[in-house]
Design a protein around this ligand. Structure first.
Ligand code: FBP
Length: 550
């Protein structure tokens, strides 16, 4: 297989490990935990895995561990560093007992149910060290929720002698991991389940999980592209670039990219919701900046838009919630053939205020809102072209203002969507190290007999040698939410906190960035080799959250 020069150089990169994991470990237990909300419901649903203590691994004497066979699953959207979780898991397992074996279930959680797997040997794992993507075993979004699926899992684990499954996924996939761990514990199936925090969206975090892997690399890739566009805008001075950024719900990616590149406008969905803004309010805010810049002679700029914006505009949120309930398992809707029939059907079923909102949207956007949900019941916001909707509305308002004589500039816009460009990038040093440590930690959790835990590595703004490895009970992160029209236990999503340091920093600087005198930042490509201050910096979000920004 032909490889690029960087691929060859990166293959030999040895990810850094916390000092505590380099030899033997002592496991220390923290306080007993409880779920973030709805404690009584979660306790009742997870009688075997609720309330367990947090775990920390400290350096200790080497122990011998019994042989284990482990199955690993990559679940949900790709995120840079997934291959290093597998490499860390593999190396950890082999170090703890050379007889240990690792199997990969293929194509996501469905591999477990459909018995599609392969043994991951040293030759295979070596090929994928420090690479982006999930292609070593593939990923998928099948939801594990039926006992029949769990029982199929038991069958294949018995056949392969698998004692533990590691699920590498986001909030929904780790919810699956938690449900599976509980079921196997209740059945005394002898199969442990461990989760790993993955998602570029950055919304799987809490007091024990500082960040999900992939966020760092994806934001660096998008910020490089935004910086390049800003150079272009600053050179030709003729376009407004509307840039939508991935991140299904929370605006963490958009905010981090703004902190890295200083765009003229950045919308944060959580703020839009908190201020109860309408779509027109968002448009007004954008137009105000464009008009002011035009007065000073600048008819160009950059505008960052979070992918999930539409779901945070209160009236749209209500509409989407109604659509979610209406379209869940709706054979009548699914049997309709044309877009027009579907539109009429939906209009007939919505409450009057939602019907009005639905009718006010351009037909294309309204249709995008009724497309298939993902298996977890979420609208596939990556398919909703909010940036085009905003361009259309901004252009209309500016044209009206021009006719009135209140706007003097020229408006030409270009739309962009950055998502898939960054999800499989070669992991930054941070993600390469963090992922390897997460996988390595998972091997200890398994060998120590734990189940229902998420691998956790903390103190991430310090050098990797000082990182703190351990495990967090997944039930600790759960609450009850409405999905597909019914209340379900799920991991609580971490949205951007408006009282958090990253947002406060942005809020303090945004007016300055909107002004024509502001200078953009051009982050450039990810640097792998060179001084640590260039190559090993964690995201600005993490540095601000931990008061470590220099
Ligand atoms: P995960 O939550 O599974 O990590 O996926 C995140 C994400 O990349 C979102 O940012 C995006 O909206 C979605 O996946 C796209 O889904 P798909 O890969 O199915 O197109």
């Amino acid at each position: 297989m032909k490889k690029s020069a960087l691929q060859i150089a990166r293959a030999s990169y040895q990810p850094k490990l916390p000092a505590s994991l380099k030899g033997g470990v002592v496991l220390t237990e923290g306080a007993k935990t409880q779920s973030v909300a709805d404690q009584d419901d979660i306790k009742e649903l997870f009688p075997n895995t609720y309330g367990m203590p947090t775990i920390k691994f400290e350096a200790g004497a080497k122990k011998s561990y019994p042989k284990v066979n482990v199955g690993v699953i990559l679940s949900g959207g790709q995120a840079p560093g997934g291959h290093n979780v597998i490499a860390g898991l593999f190396d950890g397992l082999k170090k703890l007992n050379p007889e240990n074996k690792l199997y990969g279930f293929l194509g996501g959680p469905s591999g477990l149910v459909d018995h599609k797997y392969m043994e991951l040997t040293a030759d295979i794992v070596d090929e994928y060290r420090n690479t982006g993507g999930f292609d070593i075993i593939g990923s998928g979004r099948t939801k594990l929720e039926e006992t029949a699926q769990f029982d199929k899992g038991i069958e294949i684990c018995k056949k392969l002698g698998v004692n533990a499954i590691v699920i590498i996924g986001g909030d929904d996939s780790n919810t699956n991991a938690c449900v599976l761990a509980e079921y196997y514990a209740q059945k005394k199936a002898g199969i442990q389940v461990i989760g790993c925090p993955k998602t570029i969206d950055g919304d799987l975090k809490n007091e024990m999980i500082e960040t999900s892997f992939g966020f760092d690399t994806a934001c660096k890739v998008y910020s490089e592209l935004i910086g390049n566009i800003q150079r272009d805008a600053n050179s030709s001075k003729k376009y407004y670039h509307f840039i939508r950024l991935m991140g299904r719900s929370a605006s963490h990616i958009t905010l981090e990219c703004a902190l890295q590149s200083q765009p003229n406008i950045c919308i944060v969905s959580e703020e839009v919701e908190a201020k109860n803004m309408t779509l027109m309010d968002v448009v007004d805010d954008i137009v105000k900046v464009i008009v002011d810049r035009a007065k000073a002679g600048a008819n160009f700029g950059t505008i960052l838009i979070p992918e999930g914006l539409i779901e945070f505009i209160p009236a749209m949120k209500k509409l989407i919630a109604e659509l979610n309930d209406l379209l869940a398992h709706n054979d009548e809707f699914n049997s309709l053939h044309t877009d027009d029939e579907k539109r009429q059907y939906v209009k007939g079923k919505l409450a009057p205020d939602s019907r009005e909102v639905y009718r006010s949207l351009p037909k294309g956007i309204a249709r995008q809102l009724t497309l298939d949900r993902d298996p977890h019941g979420n609208v596939q916001v990556s398919l909703v072209e909010t940036e085009k909707l905003l361009i259309e509305m901004v252009a209309k308002l500016l044209a009206a203002m021009k006719a009135e004589g209140t706007y003097v500039g020229k408006f030409a816009a270009i739309n962009h969507f950055f998502g898939y460009e960054g999800r499989c990038a070669i992991p930054s040093n941070f993600d390469a190290d963090y992922c390897y440590a997460l996988g390595y930690t998972a091997s200890f959790l398994i060998s120590e007999g734990k189940t229902g835990y998420m691998s956790s590595v903390r103190n991430l703004t310090a050098p990797a040698s000082e990182w703190v490895a351990g495990g967090v009970p997944i039930t600790m992160m759960m609450n009850m939410e409405r999905r597909h029209g019914v209340m379900k236990p799920v991991i609580q999503k971490a949205l951007v906190r408006l009282d958090g340091e990253p947002f406060k920093y942005f809020e303090a600087h945004r007016d300055e960035w909107a002004d024509v005198t502001s200078t953009y930042i051009y982050p450039g490509p990810i640097q792998y080799f060179g001084p640590a201050e260039v190559c090993d910096q964690p995201s600005i979000t993490l540095q601000l959250e931990q008061h470590k920004l220099r």
